[in-house]
Design a protein around this ligand. Structure first.
Ligand SMILES: C[S@@+](CC[C@H](N)C(=O)[O-])C[C@H]1O[C@@H](n2cnc3c(N)ncnc32)[C@H](O)[C@@H]1O
Length: 381
């Protein structure tokens, strides 16, 4: 069932289309570009096939969510199972389940064996609940449904400049999470799972070991501090987040580091704890518009000691048509929150407005292409 095709980049496709369009304009005397459904771009895929494939991805994401919810990856973890066994164990209709798995098999998620049994594949393995790099919580129906309800409001949000989530749910994203504990838990788990892949490369990329007292602002369940402490056990680490979040520092607990980390609750718009050598925050600034992002950074500037650093782990967007997964993240952030991904120039201006001076941008090897944007208090020598 597995079919593999070389993935192409948006920039590559854009250049191909531009070249094809320019040639047509020159060769035919036409005044604009047209799209010929059977024309092939450089990778052999027609524009029609490309757009149809993308349109079908909406179902692909849903199908991944459904198999995750049914726990099919867990059921085949120990070895291939017959469809009847799977349907029985998952409480599913056998033929419908088969058609779902056949579709996913075409994308390398599960495989039908010659004897008809269903087996796992590396892409199915990461859907298991007990996989070390599990993405099961990322696909939870609770979370996917929230996204779907949000994205339904996207056309209106694009027209008006409003926030799709607020149009769909009637309140801000983080206010909604605070008022809905089960959604807050689903978000924290999802965030922790996504972060698990980026925490070790971030801990490796930034010299945390040069600081004694480190606070992770909006640190969620503590996953980043786990990665940092595993590398630099001597650091005094503090996890700072909203009360309902620091109440469940599950990543710290899982790593046996609860005793090593102080958990402090608060509101980073009001104040952040004073006197730390490093104010770290990952995936925080991108959640907020410039005014609120500046408020958080200014609170850091006011709490910092001479020589303290602030370090923001976020995407740094590449300009133009170059491919960048952060451009998709930016659209998701736009739909959910008042925030945005920023360019290097955007961060420089943001830091300056908060009384900080951007000192350097350090790339990381994280798969999500997150960078670390570091600053000092502007008048700190
Ligand atoms: C996108 S998550 C990032 C979590 C974590 N840093 C990571 O990268 O996995 C944003 C975090 O900010 C926290 N947060 C939101 N509003 C906050 C506030 N006013 N004060 C403190 N933390 C807040 C949330 O609870 C959440 O843990």
């Amino acid at each position: 069932m597995v079919r593999r095709r070389r993935h192409r980049t948006f920039a590559g496709a854009h250049r191909d289309v531009q070249a094809a369009g320019d040639a047509r304009v020159e060769g035919s005397g036409m005044t604009g570009r047209t799209s010929n459904p059977v024309e092939r771009t450089a990778d052999g895929q027609s524009p029609h096939a490309f757009v149809q494939e993308i349109a079908g991805h909406i179902l692909l994401a849903r199908a991944l969510g459904v198999v995750a919810e049914l726990g099919i990856a867990d059921l085949v973890a120990a070895g291939p199972r017959t469809l009847a066994e799977l349907a029985d164990a998952a409480g599913a209709h056998p033929e419908s389940l088969y058609r779902l798995l056949r579709m996913l098999g075409g994308h390398g998620v599960f495989a039908e064996l010659p004897d008809g049994r269903i087996g796992s594949t590396p892409r199915a393995d990461v859907l298991r609940r007990d996989h070390p790099d599990s993405l099961h919580d990322l696909l939870s129906m609770t979370w996917q449904n929230l996204h779907w309800d949000t994205f339904r409001a996207l056309p209106d949000a694009i027209r008006t400049g409003g926030i799709a989530f607020e149009q769909a749910f009637g309140q801000g994203f983080f206010d909604y999470l605070a008022a809905h504990p089960e959604m807050n838990a689903a978000f924290d788990l999802r965030m922790a799972q996504v972060s698990r892949a980026e925490n070790p490369p971030i801990a490796a990329a930034y010299p945390f070991g040069a600081f004694r007292r480190v606070v992770d602002l909006g640190g969620g369940r503590g996953g980043l501090l786990v990665a940092v402490l595993q590398r630099y056990p001597g650091i005094e680490a503090t996890l700072y987040d909203q009360p309902q979040v620091v109440a469940e520092p599950t990543d710290l607990a899982r790593a046996g580091l609860l005793e090593r980390v102080a958990c402090v609750s608060g509101d980073f718009f009001a104040a952040v704890p004073a006197g730390f050598d490093l104010y770290f925050m990952k995936r925080i600034i991108h959640d907020w518009d410039d005014e609120r992002a500046v408020r958080i950074l200014r609170n850091c500037a006011q709490a910092m000691l001479p020589g303290s650093r602030v370090a923001v782990a976020d995407a740094v967007m590449v300009p133009g048509n170059d491919p960048d997964p952060n451009k998709t993240l930016d659209l998701s952030i736009m739909a959910l929150t008042p925030g945005k991904e920023r360019t290097a120039a955007g961060f420089t201006a943001l830091f300056a407005a908060a009384g900080l001076r951007l000192t350097r941008i350090i790339p990381t090897a994280a798969p999500s292409t997150v960078s670390i944007i570091e600053g000092v208090v502007a008048d700190d020598a």
